[in-house]
Design a protein around this ligand. Structure first.
Ligand code: MG
Length: 492
């Protein structure tokens, strides 16, 4: 480049000398105009540099820079705090902070446990698929399952995912009955065949069914003792589901039978898996069955609206023998004018479910291993909390009734049988406080509550607790420290 420039310059001066010889006057005029142009450029540069160097302009630039910088910074800080607020709201912390600050530590612990559960995926691809599905379809179950020892944990996870597959087939109302029934009946054989898959269900369930080979492979990787239990329970559940595909739940006996197939068998299967692991004595089937029924019945009660609004056809699990005493049609409870009867029927359904509570306490008191106890007890305490929440609550017919997250987190802190008795006592007391003596089932409800409390009372111990104010102060200090650390981190 440099070489080219100097050649051009030499060419230019030779050209100027030739022109000067031919017409000296014209060359002088040319030189004057060049000089004037150069001067103008110099003046412009001078004006520019004096403009830029003036205090007003440089001050303005600095001002704009600072405004933009601090706006961005402010925007970032505002964005950060709105992100934190959203996360807090998602965790249910806002309600906790305002009304139940003492639940905050338990909620944080539960969040950490949930994150750990989602990361605790085994290296084996078949088991990894099963745990991945489990984490997505049941977050709470994926947390409690982490309590179990590795071998039993894998068996319980595969058992759960196999039964989820069966349930997905049962729940998919678009599958013609003539196709569905043979699948349900033969499901215990298909789990031995890794080439089997079937497209049904939606979202995570669809993914499960289309990739069922992973579940089959994980199942085939288990000890034969576990395989036999899972296959037998799958056969019994599939046959029971097929039986209820075309028949409605009419009597309380039918209701108990249906719940036995879809949940009691899970309780029996889990007891057999515990026994196969060598950690527990074999629990009586009647108690294991009650464990399943206690959970299933409150799910059926709570899911009234979702099931009755199911498309293309409503799903009805409430027995006619109970609801027929309060309405001509089960869907009538949705109407506001039937609220009184709806709540009476609801209370009768809750009372029916409570009949299994003392069996559950008996089952849990016989569990030997602390990890197994925690695994079994947490869902049961959640269930009695749901019974207390749904009882005499018209909202069951209007929307979704959920236990607040802080309370759920407290239940997840269950460690011992003493905690179980305390939980059952506490939630049965809440339910008892809602009993209206004019309710047709009041006497029966009170009887079951008395039985639960009589079973718990000898084991209840008063624990010292922090006051709400102490937790609130702890929270304020924690938040201030968090803000300070954040600001220091930003500065550095
Ligand atoms: Mg189902």
């Amino acid at each position: 480049m440099k070489k080219k420039g100097s050649q051009k310059k030499r060419k230019g001066s030779r050209h100027l000398e030739t022109l000067k010889k031919a017409n000296p006057k014209k060359v002088d005029e040319h030189c004057v105009s060049v000089m004037r142009g150069t001067e103008r450029e110099r003046e412009r540069e001078k004006r520019c540099s004096s403009f830029l160097s003036s205090p007003l302009v440089s001050g303005s630039f600095l001002f704009v820079f600072l405004v933009v910088f601090y706006s961005l910074r402010l925007h970032f800080v505002v964005g950060y705090f709105s992100f934190v607020y959203r996360k807090i709201a998602e965790m249910g912390l806002v309600e906790v902070l305002l009304k139940h600050p003492e639940e905050l530590p338990a909620l944080v612990k539960l969040k950490i446990a949930a994150m750990q559960a989602s990361r605790a995926i085994p290296a084996d691809p078949d088991l990894a698929f099963c745990y991945g599905i489990l984490t997505r379809v049941s977050r709470s179950f994926s947390i409690v399952i982490q309590q179990l020892g590795p071998e039993l944990r894998d068996a319980v996870c595969v058992f759960y995912v196999v039964l989820r597959g069966l349930d997905t087939v049962e729940d998919d109302m678009s599958i013609p009955i003539e196709v569905k029934v043979p699948i349900l009946k033969d499901f215990h054989k298909t789990i031995y065949d890794p080439s089997w898959h079937f497209s049904c269900g939606v979202k995570d369930y669809k993914e499960l069914m289309e990739n069922f080979r992973f579940v089959s492979n994980a199942f085939l990787g288990l000890n034969k003792g576990y395989q036999d239990v899972i296959a037998e329970m799958t056969q019994r559940m599939g046959a029971g589901m097929a039986k209820f595909i075309e028949s409605e739940v009419e009597t309380v006996e039918d209701y108990d039978e249906y719940c036995h197939y879809v949940a009691g068998i899970v309780g029996i299967g889990l007891s057999r898996l515990f026994h196969s692991s060598g950690l527990e004595a074999l629990a009586p089937d009647s108690l294991s069955n009650s464990m399943g029924l206690f959970l299933q019945k409150i799910n059926i009660v709570r899911d009234y609206l979702e099931d009755i609004n199911e498309i293309p056809a409503p799903r009805m699990f409430w027995p006619r023998e109970i609801w027929g005493q309060y309405a001509a049609r089960l869907e009538d409870f949705k109407q506001e004018e039937n609220s009184e009867k709806a709540v009476q029927c609801l209370n009768a359904m809750v009372t029916n479910g409570l009949s299994h509570a003392t069996d559950c306490l008996q089952y849990l008191s016989a569990v030997n291993d602390p990890s197994n106890l925690r695994f079994c007890a947490i869902p049961q305490i959640m269930a009695i909390a749901s019974y207390a929440m749904c009882y005499n609550n018209i909202e069951v017919f209007r929307g979704v009734v959920k236990i607040r997250r802080g309370l759920t987190a407290k239940v997840f802190e269950t460690r011992s049988m003493s905690d179980v008795y305390e939980g059952f006592y506490k939630f049965s007391s809440i339910l008892a406080s809602k009993i209206d003596n004019k309710d047709p089932s009041a006497a029966a409800t009170q009887k079951y509550i008395d039985n639960i409390q009589a079973a718990c009372e000898p084991y209840i111990f008063q624990k010292e607790k922090f006051s709400g104010f102490e937790y609130f102060m702890f929270l304020i200090i924690f938040l201030l420290l968090g803000v300070m650390v954040f600001l220091l981190w930003r500065e550095w």
